[in-house]
Write a protein that binds this ligand. Structure first.
Ligand SMILES: Cc1cc2nc3c(=O)[nH]c(=O)nc-3n(C[C@H](O)[C@H](O)[C@H](O)COP(=O)(O)OP(=O)(O)OC[C@H]3O[C@@H](n4cnc5c(N)ncnc54)[C@H](O)[C@@H]3O)c2cc1C
Length: 640
């Protein structure tokens, strides 16, 4: 990695956080030749290269670290998610293939299976000798996973489960690894014993033999060309009464005995299913981290170009103006850069929470639900931020940004679907709102409209935002602001109070609205449906408050004074750009006077000008080795 300026290095230390050693290891291990994208490959060549990269990644031993100690791993949940985040600076096809195989497929075997599955499969999964798939989505049901139609029916006569696709709409689709490489699939199906359905469970089903031929009764299709991620072999799977031993059921949360009797530690089928899904939250956290890395890569390219490229001379001058000296150009990139910093700190908190919840000796149900809610919300905000920012970066580089050799088209194409897989963002934000309305008492993930409305009606008594990290610090800042006569927009306490107040108001209004609805099923659904925009707003502003708190805590933890001072300004820009975007709401609700609203815009401009000289230093803080950028327009020779 090229030498960093002292300030760039201090920022990088602040951003590297709890798993700094994992980030550093990745910087040294992931060579550009092996792991960075090659835009010249066609689909077949890209799939083949991705497969080879998976083998090499397995050889590094890194994928093992997130698995249990008994299987040679380190149980290092946070470390493995951070390593995944770093991998996302490279070829995103490799990242997604790795995420499907080790994260989703391996994660399902580890978390939904029991010792017999672990002993039989984990070693081969970790070494990538047994490539796998995670087959949940069907043609007819994507977001609504509880309504999947594939069945796994117990046959007592042979002690087997019969996995079947009853009609074309139950065909598994978009399944990563299905089209070319996958040999074993975790198939999500309605489990039926003695004529009774017990809800969706996961079953291990071989789909290909070692020579690559489809197993008897399994029909495999290829989704073919996609908008991006050409190196991932997404495909379809249909099953015609495929028989697997009863023991193929991943039975941690529900089991079938030899006599066909069903047992589960969780009585309610819906609760059981969402508990099962909850154990797979790591995938969602990982996608959020990956989206953050792709955003940073795009910003690094666009900002490096923006400090070199010149267009138009100012009147009376022979010298043409550098793009980043134009205010519009600053506005295109610098608020996005600031929000990328904010989301980075929020992601760090999320990964820490994930690690602590999943490695705790005693399970903490409420912490698990909060984690699932935050993972859903941060995944939604970060992936939306990625697509918007990468597009802005593409435009900021003009025609050069449209050339494959400059990386941005591939980043755009590959990250687009991050808003859809691992949970569609709109659906995820509805789940966040539900968690808020029900105080996380109910199982997370279930979209039971009627229950939610009834719950809001009975229980909800004013929205009091619970602080996340650094609660005492946030309170101190808020109190200090409250003591001031005139609140100013650059006061951190005032900013925190503004975000808290907005969240409380939106949530309170939502609860009142739902409470006003009747609780008959039809009425409740109509009220809920009518309030969906409100629901999404509540979720977004809640997550934005959490993100701000994480940023504040990150600055507080920064040990270098100059870096902390710079981060302070970046945080201001993030906050004021957010307020500017939501000016309509703040004005409508009397939170900003028109004069103050105008001042916000002026302040965003001022902060852009103030941060402009630091743009490349802030890029340095991302800690991306220059060789990883792979864009000819991102010339490293230009000094910050
Ligand atoms: C490249 C790629 C790879 C994938 N890999 C895998 C894989 O390996 N394994 C796997 O199992 N799946 C995989 N998927 C599937 C992915 O998880 C689903 O696409 C996703 O869950 C969304 O489902 P859907 O496509 O059916 O969309 P839908 O659920 O049909 O959603 C379509 C639209 O309707 C909206 N919508 C849906 N429900 C509501 C609601 N209640 N209220 C308001 N709006 C709503 C959504 O916001 C969205 O805009 C992959 C998908 C892609 C594209």
């Amino acid at each position: 990695m090229t030498d960093l300026t002292p300030l760039g290095a201090a920022l990088r230390t602040a951003l590297d956080g709890r798993w700094a050693h994992v980030r550093q290891d990745a910087r040294e291990r992931l060579t550009a030749e092996e792991f960075m994208p090659d835009p010249t490959l066609d689909m077949e060549a890209h799939r083949s290269r991705t497969f080879d990269q998976m083998r090499r990644l397995a050889e590094t031993g890194q994928p093992r670290e997130g698995f249990p100690v008994e299987y040679g791993g380190k149980d290092d949940v946070g470390g493995s998610v951070t390593a995944f985040e770093m991998l996302a600076h490279g070829d995103l096809s490799l990242l997604v293939k790795a995420g499907v195989h080790w994260g989703l497929f391996g994660g399902a075997v580890a978390n939904l299976g029991t010792q017999r599955h672990h002993e039989q499969y984990l070693d081969a999964i970790i070494s990538f000798d047994l490539p796998g798939c995670f087959a949940m989505t069907e043609v007819g049901h994507g977001s609504d996973v509880q309504s999947l139609r594939t069945t796994a029916t117990f046959d007592a006569a042979t002690d087997e489960l019969v996995v079947h696709t009853p009609d074309p709409s139950a065909t598994k689709t978009y399944i990563g690894g299905a089209a070319r490489d996958g040999r074993l699939a975790v198939v999500f199906a309605q489990l039926v014993t003695g004529g009774r359905s017990h809800g969706v469970h996961a079953v291990l089903v071989p789909i290909r033999d070692e020579s690559g031929r489809a197993c008897p009764g399994v029909t495999i299709g290829d989704c073919g060309a996609k908008a991006g991620l050409a190196g991932v072999d997404n495909g379809t799977l249909a099953f015609d009464h495929v028989r697997v031993p009863r023991e193929a059921l991943l039975n941690r949360f529900g089991d079938v005995a030899q006599d066909g009797s069903y047992s589960s530690p969780i009585e309610d089928p819906s609760r059981r299913f969402f508990t099962m899904l909850g154990t797979l939250v790591r995938g969602r956290v990982s996608v959020a981290g990956a989206a953050g890395s792709a955003t940073k890569t795009a910003l690094a390219i666009a900002l490096r170009y923006a400090v070199q490229r010149r267009q138009f001379a100012a009147p009376g001058s022979d010298e043409e103006v550098v793009l980043l000296d134009y205010r519009t150009h600053q506005r295109k990139l610098l608020p996005a850069l600031a929000t990328t910093y904010a989301l980075h700190f929020a992601q760090g908190e999320l990964v820490s929470a994930l690690h602590d919840v999943q490695t705790a000796t005693e399970p903490d149900e409420r912490a698990q639900r909060e984690l699932e809610s935050r993972a859903a919300g941060i995944k939604a905000l970060t992936t939306w931020h990625a697509t918007a920012t990468i597009q802005a970066c593409r435009e900021a580089c003009g025609g050069a940004g449209y050339m494959w050799e400059n990386r941005l088209p591939m980043l755009k194409a590959d990250t687009d679907v991050f808003t859809t897989f691992e949970g569609d963002n709109t659906v995820l934000l509805q789940l966040v709102a539900k968690g808020l309305l029900t105080g996380y008492r109910d199982e997370f993930g279930q979209m039971d409209t009627l229950g939610m409305v009834r719950f809001a009606t009975r229980q909800f008594a004013g929205a009091v935002a619970e602080r996340t990290v650094a609660g005492a610090l946030v309170q101190r800042l808020v109190d200090a602001a409250a003591r001031r006569d005139e609140a100013v927009l650059l006061d951190r306490g005032e900013q925190l109070r503004l975000f808290e107040d907005r969240e409380a108001h939106v949530l309170d209004g939502l609860a009142r609205r739902l409470r006003a609805a009747g609780s008959a099923p039809g009425e409740a659904f109509a009220a809920f449906n009518d309030a969906q925009d409100h629901l999404l707003l509540a979720a977004r502003v809640h997550i934005e408050r959490i993100v701000l708190e994480a940023f504040v805590a990150g600055i507080d933890a920064c040990e270098d004074d100059a870096a902390a001072a710079l981060l302070d300004r970046v945080c201001d820009l993030h906050v004021l750009a957010t307020v500017e975007r939501d000016k309509g709401w703040f004005l409508e609700h009397g939170r900003l006077t028109p004069a103050r609203a105008k001042a916000v815009t002026a302040q965003v401009n001022r902060l852009c000008a103030e941060l402009r000289p630091h743009a490349l230093t802030l890029v340095e803080g991302f800690g991306i080795p220059h060789e990883w950028l792979r864009a000819s327009i991102a010339d490293p020779r230009v000094a910050p």
